[in-house]
Design a protein around this ligand. Sequence first.
Ligand code: ADP
Ligand code: ZN
Length: 226
Amino acid sequence: MSQEVLRHLVMLGPPGSGKGTQATILSEKLGINAISTGSLLRHEAESGSKEGEKIKKLIDKGNLVPDTIMINIMKQTLLKPENLKGYILDGSPRSVPQAKALDKMLASRQMKKLGQALDAVLYLQVPDDYVIERIIGRFQCANCKTLYHERFKPTKVFGICDVCEHKEFIRREDDTYETVVSRLRNFREITAPLVPYYEKRGLLRCVDGTGPIDVVSEKIRKIVGY
Ligand code: ADP
Ligand code: ZN
């Protein structure tokens, strides 16, 4: 019997574990949106709003944004018509209170009716020294935002985006060694408790994230069932 394809997913893992990379691949394969709360926040941070300024200060130091702000953003996002086919949450929830709030929200009559209950949490397991190297070397096309890595995923032609042929690239301001160390500490202290939390609910699926990108995505394909 063929398994039903899982379409309501959370990506969990330390910064640099490959959540964004794998969420993008899944999004293409499943035809549903990868929702990076990090990029939603960075967008807000650059908007110049008062809330955005507060967010920017926190992100630039490698700190987390308050749960209330995150929960609001997640709710608005999951109610958007284009996300009713399913979702891949990348970067949220990031703390037990956020996960509890997400559970509560998904258990509401409105969300149940919309069929938005979570199917699985994909936990990308990668040791600290890997993620440091991955983060320090990562960059993005300034136009189409495709993710690259100096060593692991360079552009095919130097200085030209594979996807859109743009010639400008950006790096995240918080992708410095110092910030990565603080983000890793945050992950261990605040986010890692989500592993037992989702395990208890029978939703956790562990994925060894140390291999090359296509090896990891093949492991995920088997779990998700597409
Ligand atoms: P996250 O979203 O978890 O912070 P990313 O998806 O941005 O992580 O990945 C971090 C960096 O590592 C990116 O530059 C990406 O191209 C690279 N990367 C992602 N997955 C792998 C992998 N399996 N092997 C090597 N490099 C990878
Ligand atoms: Zn591009």
